[in-house]
Design a protein around this ligand. Structure first.
Ligand code: ADP
Length: 287
């Protein structure tokens, strides 16, 4: 697999050389391969947002490097804009960034800035709307007439329409109701499957991350404490609880069953998986 993003000794200090100096990310080293779905977890204030904002050049590292396809994104600072088209960033509460007359224009905004026109632009906008779950009939509406969840989907479509190689989403389901979260998450999964692009998702919800991510970055107090496959991360319940995180509830239940002597495998991450492991056991018990 080829590497798309490499972080080398990456660090960031807010207010460097002032009395308010705050080290937010310290010496992170890792490689992300093309097409991977990466989850980022960590307590509030652990450095997740600062880390992802360095991936598309929104903030410049105070030390170390971000390599995109092997080259330092800050090699030519004047070209940093191009990096922002290649690494698309969906911020927390992105709906506050909608401002055009129509949803269509809002979704097209970034793609137009990238230089897309005509048919190419139209296709990208409509495809992105579909990926994000924005209905055709909503495209000519004012974004202000949409519901909260719909606005969020329109904002996400705007980033997808730029056709980035890497899509970064910082807490995209925050503040949505359970149904809204579920829909949005499946749309992101579908986008990843269909496009085969790299997706990086920051989330507080372990259940969500467990379901979708191939690998997980664990941050604590500005440090990278682990980067590994999802099932290996959630097999380390003690490490996670030390830094104030938990394994998904279903993983915990399965680990407890195993401790009690039931023949269940490690690394069960979703309710569906648990069901398929438990049904034969329950049948045996019942027989
Ligand atoms: P997370 O996304 O995990 O909640 P952040 O990257 O937002 O973490 O924050 C990491 C650390 O940097 C925290 O201690 C936070 O208070 C500090 N921080 C974040 N943004 C700023 C800022 N603009 N100025 C000063 N300190 C900041």
């Amino acid at each position: 697999m080829s590497c798309i993003l490499e972080l080398k000794n990456l660090g960031f200090t807010y207010g460097k050389d002032t009395p308010f100096e705050k080290r937010a990310v310290n010496n992170v080293n890792l490689k992300i391969n093309k097409g991977e779905f990466i989850g980022i977890i960590g307590h509030t204030g652990s450095g997740k947002s600062t880390l992802v904002q360095m991936l598309n050049g929104l903030i410049r590292p105070t030390d170390g490097q971000v390599l995109l396809d092997g080259s330092d994104i800050w090699k030519e600072p004047k070209k940093i804009r191009n990096v922002r088209f290649r690494v698309g960033m969906v911020f927390q509460y992105p709906e506050y960034q909608l401002f055009e007359e129509t949803v269509y224009k809002d979704i097209a905004f970034g793609a137009v800035n990238k230089g897309m026109t005509g048919d190419e632009l139209d296709k990208a906008v409509r495809k992105a709307a579909e990926f994000a779950g924005v209905k055709e009939s909503q495209l000519e509406k004012s974004p202000f007439d949409l519901s909260g969840g719909e606005k969020r989907r329109a904002a996400i479509a705007g980033v997808i329409a730029m056709e980035p190689d890497v899509l970064v989403l910082d807490e995209p389901t925050a503040g949505l109701d359970p149904m809204g979260r579920e829909i949005l998450l499946s749309q992101i999964v579908n986008y990843h499957k269909t496009r085969g692009n790299t997706v990086i998702l920051v989330s507080h919800t372990m259940e969500d991350i467990a379901r979708v991510a191939d690998k997980i970055i664990v941050m604590s107090k500005s440090e990278l404490v682990a980067f590994d496959e999802t099932k290996n991360i959630f097999a380390q319940g003690d490490m996670l609880s030390k830094i104030g995180l938990q394994v998904p509830q279903i993983t915990k239940i399965m680990q407890d069953l195993k401790q009690k002597g039931f023949d269940v495998p490690d690394g069960v991450l979703t309710v569906d998986e648990a069901l398929s492991v438990l049904s034969p056991l329950l049948k045996k018990e019942g027989a």
